[in-house]
Ligand binder design. Structure first.
Ligand code: NAD
Length: 368
């Protein structure tokens, strides 16, 4: 999809929406980023915005309750949306229609239907909307993806994720904390490593007896990916002892051998192939996502994480949840189709509804 570009010369002026824990990480990242200027911070709790800028050593930065009103008032070019998932759809829609590009936190939106609405809003406005899926921007994951390309045909990709965090708060009250809040990262990385989109999901999610979560803190999901490769995710958020890294432990099993990654150190290739020396990927974490976003605004190139490209990661989550809730084997095309119908029912903007109605198929709309 083509998007509006911003000529070089002056830094890209950004307003940060959301001054919570992730917003504060974004605040320091934006301040340090080359070719970017922090133009203001907004939070519905203005006091949170005020204390965040003060703590960052910029007490005079403009703050406000409404990110788009603030961005318009200070003449910003873009919004970084680090609000809660429920606010992603309203904040990003308003920003795009105000002529602002958006770099949004994962998940793209609280529901797949809202994610499709945002993809259509990006089409209508011609503004760039990229999702920062921070764990994809990891040079070690890029190395694993390159190794996967050396293994010939791929049969199986696995991720094991076992940790025991006590977050308190909303995660301990959700029905599917692991699938909804965390598993989107490895699901998104699996699409990247395999270069393949999901076809179907089967998932069991459950809560071990000692769990301190109300909802399902453990899950096993099997995805059929394009080409018949299986991606298998086994995870638990109430698993003390021998914890994996936050990225999980990965194995790619292919025709010519295997590649393994512990999620913290360089991946290892064990295969009957000539080792290839590669330059490490230059992008890392949210700073990497911001750099890619700014490059895309300057050049017009479509970045990885552009909303259409990101949506299938959320579709994997919704398919896994539906399967775990008794849906058996769930086809991703069915999940996308039903989300499209829901988006058409719920859409309040006529121009966005018309764009959604013009899609001949959701898969096609997401890939062209
Ligand atoms: N990439 C990662 O590794 C990672 C890690 C943690 C959180 N996240 C994501 O970051 C986002 C924020 O998570 P968090 O942990 O910082 O949450 P949080 O609850 O700590 O902070 C969210 C902030 O958004 C504000 N807010 C809510 N609605 C708003 C609106 N309409 N306009 C402006 N501000 C609004 C809240 O007042 C709050 O201060 C979520 O989407 C979450 O999934 C990503």
């Amino acid at each position: 999809m083509t998007h509006r570009t911003i000529a070089g010369g002056e830094p890209v002026r950004v307003v940060l929406a959301g001054a919570g824990s992730m917003g504060r990480a974004w605040l320091s990242t934006i301040i340090l980023a080359p070719d970017v200027e922090l133009a203001g911070v907004a939070d519905i709790d203005v006091g949170a915005a005020r204390s965040a800028v003060a703590e960052a050593g910029h007490p005079d930065l403009p703050v406000g309750a409404d990110a788009v009103a603030l961005a318009t008032a200070v003449g910003a070019d873009a919004v970084v949306d680090a609000t809660v998932p429920e606010a992603h759809h309203p904040v990003t829609t308003a920003a795009l229609f105000a002529g602002l590009a958006v770099l949004g936190e994962k998940p793209v939106a609280a529901t797949l239907a809202q994610a499709l609405s945002l993809a259509a809003a990006a089409e209508v406005t011609g503004e760039l909307f990229m999702v920062s899926q921070s764990r994809r921007w990891n040079p070690q994951l890029f190395a694993l993806q390159a190794m996967a390309g050396d293994l010939g045909a791929i049969g199986t990709l696995t991720t094991e994720f076992f940790r025991a965090p006590h977050f308190g708060g909303f995660r301990e009250e959700m029905d599917h904390p692991l699938l909804l809040d965390m598993a989107i990262h490895p699901f998104d990385s699996a699409r990247f490593v395999l270069g393949a989109e999901p076809v179907a999901a089967y998932c069991e999610a459950y809560n071990p007896p000692w769990s301190w979560y109300a909802g399902a803190a453990a899950a096993t999901a099997v995805f059929e990916m394009e080409g018949g490769v299986r991606y298998i995710y086994v995870g638990s958020w109430c698993s003390p002892g021998a914890e994996t890294s936050w990225n999980g432990v990965w194995r790619v099993s292919g025709e010519k051998g295997s590649a393994r990654w512990d999620g913290d150190t360089e991946p290892v290739l064990d295969a009957d192939v000539q080792p290839v020396t590669r330059t490490p990927a230059p992008y890392s974490g949210i700073a990497g996502a911001l750099q890619v976003f700014v490059d895309a605004l300057r050049t017009g190139a479509t970045p990885m994480g552009e909303v259409h490209e990101n949506v299938p990661s959320l579709a994997m989550v919704e398919a896994a949840v539906r399967s775990a809730d008794g849906g058996g084997r769930v086809l991703i095309d069915d999940v996308l189709q039903q989300a499209h119908e829901q988006a058409l029912r719920e859409e309040t903007r006529a121009d966005v509804r018309a764009a959604l109605a013009g899609w001949t198929s959701v898969r096609h709309a997401l890939t062209t």
